[in-house]
Design a protein around this ligand. Structure first.
Ligand SMILES: Nc1ncnc2c1ncn2[C@@H]1O[C@H](COP(=O)(O)OP(=O)(O)OP(=O)(O)O)[C@@H](O)[C@H]1O
Length: 310
C-alpha cells in the first residue's frame, strides 16, 4: 500500500512558547482507518490542524496525496475532508444546500449525482430538504460528514466523532465509518475511547505530550490492552510472596496486605481460579477481590515508564 500522508519531523511551538508537537514522524496508508489516541491536551487537534493546513507547523514536512501542505496548500487541502469536533453549520440552511455549497467552496463543478450518493450513503437523502435545526443530533453529525465528503476527498479526518454522544449513536457512527471505508476513502480519527479504536481502526497511534509514543497494528495493541488486574485483599498480611506463586504474574502490594495479579482476559485460561486455589492450598486467606481493566492511562503510564527507563 502507498502512503497517502507522510509526516516527517513535525514540530509545533505556539506563540506562548508551548511545544505542542515535538518531532512527529508518521505515514498513513491509503485506504486504512487510523485512530489517533491520546488524553486531553496531547496534541491531537494540533496535529490534525497542521495536516489540514489550518495551523502552520514550526518545523518538519507534511505531504497529503503527494502535495506539500505549505508549498502546495490547495492541492493538499483539496485531498482532505475535515469533520470538526463542533457542529459549525448554519442551522437554518437546508441539508442539500449546505452540502452543495461546501463542494463549491473547493472549486469543484456542480455534481448532483455525487451529492445524492453522499446523502444516500449517510441516510440523509429523505431529509435533504429539511433545515439543519430540525434534525436530531446524530443526523447533524452526519451532515457534517456529508459536507466534509462533498468535494470527493481522498482522506477524511474525524476529530472525536463520538464525543458526548450516547452509546446507540456511537454504534451507528462506527457502522457508518466502516461503510465509508468501503468507498476507498482513508479515514483518520482522533478519540480517547479505547473501545472506538478497538471497534474500527486498522492501526492505532498513541500520542502524549506532543510525541507519538507508539504506532501499532490494532490487534497487537489490543493484546496489550486486554489485560486485567485482580486485587486480592488478604485476611492477614504476608512478608513475601511464596515461591509457589512463581507461575503467575503476581506482585505484593500495600505492605503485604494485597496481592495483585495481572492477567490476559483473552487467554483461554486466565489463571484466576487456579491462583485462588493455590492460595487456599498455601493457607493464605483473603477477604475481598476486585478486578480492574487496564485503561489507556495505564498504557500511557507504562509507556512513559519505559521511555524514562530507556
Ligand atoms: N493556540 C494555542 N496557543 C497555545 N497553546 C495551545 C494552542 N492550541 C493548543 N495549545 C496547547 O497545546 C496542547 C495540545 O493541544 P491540542 O488541542 O492539540 O490537544 P488534543 O490532544 O487535541 O486535546 P483535546 O482532546 O483536549 O482536544 C495543549 O496543552 C493546549 O493547551
Amino acid at each position: 500500500m502507498a502512503s497517502i500522508i507522510e509526516i516527517k519531523g513535525l514540530t509545533k511551538s505556539y506563540a506562548s512558547g508551548f511545544q505542542a508537537l515535538k518531532g512527529v514522524d508518521l505515514n498513513i496508508e491509503e485506504g486504512e482507518i487510523f485512530a489517533l489516541l491520546g488524553p486531553n491536551g496531547a496534541g491531537k487537534t494540533t496535529m490534525i490542524s497542521i495536516i489540514c493546513a489550518n495551523v502552520r507547523p514550526s518545523g518538519g514536512t507534511v505531504t497529503v496525496a503527494g502535495h506539500d501542505i505549505i508549498r502546495d496548500y490547495r492541492g493538499a487541502r483539496a485531498a482532505i475532508g475535515l469533520v470538526p469536533q463542533e457542529l459549525n453549520t448554519d442551522q437554518f440552511e437546508r441539508v442539500i444546500d449546505t452540502v452543495t455549497f461546501s463542494r463549491g467552496l473547493f472549486g469543484k463543478p456542480r455534481n448532483d449525482a455525487y451529492v445524492e450518493k453522499v446523502l444516500r450513503d449517510l441516510s440523509l437523502w429523505d431529509k435533504r430538504h429539511n433545515k439543519i435545526r430540525e434534525l436530531s443530533g446524530g443526523m447533524k453529525r452526519r451532515v457534517m460528514i456529508a459536507k466534509a465528503l462533498s468535494h470527493e476527498p481522498r482522506v477524511l479526518f474525524l476529530d472525536e466523532p463520538t464525543a458526548g454522544v450516547d452509546v446507540e449513536l456511537r454504534r451507528d457512527m462506527w457502522k457508518l465509518i466502516g461503510e465509508l471505508r468501503q468507498t476507498g476513502v482513508t479515514i483518520i480519527l482522533t478519540t480517547h475511547y479505547i473501545e472506538e479504536a478497538e471497534e474500527m481502526a486498522d492501526r492505532v497511534g498513541v500520542i502524549n505530550h506532543g510525541q507519538l509514543m507508539l504506532v501499532e497494528d490494532k490487534t497487537a495493541l489490543m493484546e496489550k490492552l486486554g489485560k486485567k488486574t485482580l486485587s486480592i485483599m488478604l485476611a492477614e498480611p504476608i512478608e513475601a510472596l511464596p515461591p509457589e506463586l512463581a507461575d503467575w504474574d503476581v506482585a505484593l502490594k500495600a505492605e503485604g496486605q494485597e496481592i495483585e495479579y495481572l492477567f490476559d482476559t483473552r487467554a483461554e485460561r486466565t489463571g484466576v481460579s487456579s491462583l485462588l486455589r493455590k492460595l487456599g492450598d498455601l493457607g493464605i486467606g483473603y477477604k475481598d477481590l476486585n478486578t480492574r481493566q487496564s485503561s489507556l492511562e495505564d498504557i500511557f503510564v507504562s509507556l512513559v515508564h519505559q521511555e524514562k527507563a530507556a
